[in-house]
Every structure is written in C-alpha cells, then in structure tokens.
Design a binder for this molecule. Structure first.
Ligand SMILES: Cc1ncc(C[n+]2csc(CCOP(=O)(O)OP(=O)(O)O)c2C)c(N)n1
Ligand SMILES: [Mg+2]
Length: 249
C-alpha cells in the first residue's frame, strides 16, 4: 500500500475516533475503550476489504459507535443504540451485546452459504474476553468441521475485558496455536497498523476458516484512555472530553 493511502486511512481512523467520542458525550453512554481498540480494523474492513456480497458482524456489540459512524458514511441509517439490533437494510446482520453470539451466527450464515453455493464471505469481530464464551469454541468446531473457507474471524486482542485483565480471568496461552489446532488458518496482526492488517487479511484465500488475532490497545488514540480499564464504559466529564477532543483533532 502506498504511503499516501496509509495516510488517508489514518486520517479516517482519527476522524472516526473523534466522532465516537462526541457521540458518547452526547448520548451520555458508550464504551470508548473497546471502541477505540477496533477503529483501524473497522476502517480497513470497510475501506479495503469488504465486497458487496460480504457480511460483517460486530460480535463485541458494546463497541458499536465507530461502526455506526462508518455505516452512516456509507449513506446508511443505523439506529444509534448502545448495542446493535438486527437491521439488515442498514447492514447490521446480528443483534449483539450479549457476548458470544456473533461467531455462532456468522458460522450459521457461512454454512448456509456454502450449502447453497452462494458467494460472499462472513467476517466476525470478537473481543478477547469474549472468547471465554463456550459458544466461541462450539461454533469454531463446526466451522472447522465443515471447512468454512468463507468465514473470517478477527479477535481484538487488547488484553483487557471490561475492568479486568484478560489473563487474570482466562489463561489463553498462544491463541494462534489453539486456533490452528482446531483447524483455523490463524495469523497475528498489529491491529493498529494498516500495512500489518493488509498483510494479515491476505489469508482470506486459504481453503479453511480464518482467524486473525489483532493485537490492539484498549482506548487507543487518547493518551489517558490507553490501557486504562476505567474507560471501558465511562463517559468523559467536561475536562476529559476537551482533552480527548484536542488529541483527536
Ligand atoms: C454474555 C455477556 N456477559 C457479560 C457481559 C458484560 N460485558 C460487556 S463488555 C464485557 C467485556 C468483554 O471483554 P472483551 O471481549 O475483551 O471486550 P473489551 O472489554 O476488550 O472491549 C463484558 C464482560 C455481556 N455483555 N455479555
Ligand atoms: Mg478485550
């Protein structure tokens, strides 16, 4: 990718973060930390990756504000609620917010498409804490049993889940290996680097389900929010808001 192109994508990511911050302040609720960790992944998907026949499911539904902003830019009108509700005409393909549902729904759609010989890939973005849900592993077994080569799952590996460190709750050591052993084609990425994302999404052509483990920073983009779990669902006060806005302008 050319430097000019990367610059454009970075500018877009900053703009999405700024608008998500404003939206959180306006609504008086939201999840900035987990939203900011997935901005580059979403920008990459919607600017470069997704084709008309593809579907994207945000399984970590609490991080939906950046998604709404990107969908609005596409001319769609998603309902701005704190978790997404199914609304296919506005490209919300699953109701999420209760964790652990996006992957099973995505696997179901991918399986149906394979049986029906329908084109298009299903992309699902999950949180690393969300992986603890048993449904992740049940649906992964199905995805790999049926070699769903039309499934691309992504994990937002920010090492925090809500207010706790992911490693303190569940000890996932070497996630890549765990996924490979189940039957995924798995790859690690820097979830804030567009050139790394470009490289990792190249695995899309492998004839097995794909898993991209994107290493990210919760709260990325605002210095005092980065890696600070209090920003999971906190709404900034006036001073914090102005400070964050400055960093994102
Ligand atoms: C089934 C279920 N259990 C608990 C919650 C409450 N909850 C909302 S976000 C969250 C943290 C999830 O961690 P992770 O997937 O790592 O997302 P991140 O905090 O990194 O955004 C939890 C526990 C929920 N939404 N759904
Ligand atoms: Mg997390």
């Amino acid at each position: 990718m050319k430097r000019e192109e990367i610059k454009k994508l970075k500018k877009k990511a900053k703009d999405v973060r700024r608008r998500a911050l404003i939206l959180t302040k306006e609504k008086g609720e939201g999840h900035l930390g987990g939203s900011f960790s997935i901005v580059e992944i979403l920008v990459w998907l919607y600017q470069k990756e997704l084709k008309k026949e593809d579907k994207f499911i945000l399984s970590k539904g609490h991080s939906c504000y950046p998604l709404y902003i990107i969908l609005e830019e596409k001319g769609l009108h998603p309902k701005i609620s704190v978790h997404p509700d199914l609304d296919e005409k506005n490209e919300i393909f699953a109701t999420t917010g209760s964790l652990g549902h996006g992957l099973p729904i995505g696997v179901g759609i991918a399986l149906a498409r394979k049986f029906l010989k329908k084109k298009g890939k299903i992309y699902v973005l999950m949180g690393d804490g969300e992986l603890e849900e048993g449904t992740t592993w049940e649906s992964s077994l199905i995805a790999c049993r049926y070699k769903l080569d039309n499934l691309v799952a992504i994990v937002d590996r920010n090492r925090l889940q809500a207010l706790e460190e992911t490693g303190k709750v569940a000890l996932f050591k070497n996630l890549k290996k765990i996924f490979e052993n189940i039957g995924y084609k798995a790859v690690k990425a820097d979830g804030h680097s567009f050139s790394s994302l470009e490289k990792s999404f190249k695995i899309s052509h492998f004839n097995q389900p794909k898993m991209i483990i994107a290493y990210t920073i919760k709260g990325k983009g605002v210095s005092f929010m980065e890696n600070n779990s209090i920003w999971h669902a906190r709404v900034p006060n006036e001073t914090e808001f102005e400070k964050a806005l400055k960093e994102l302008t």
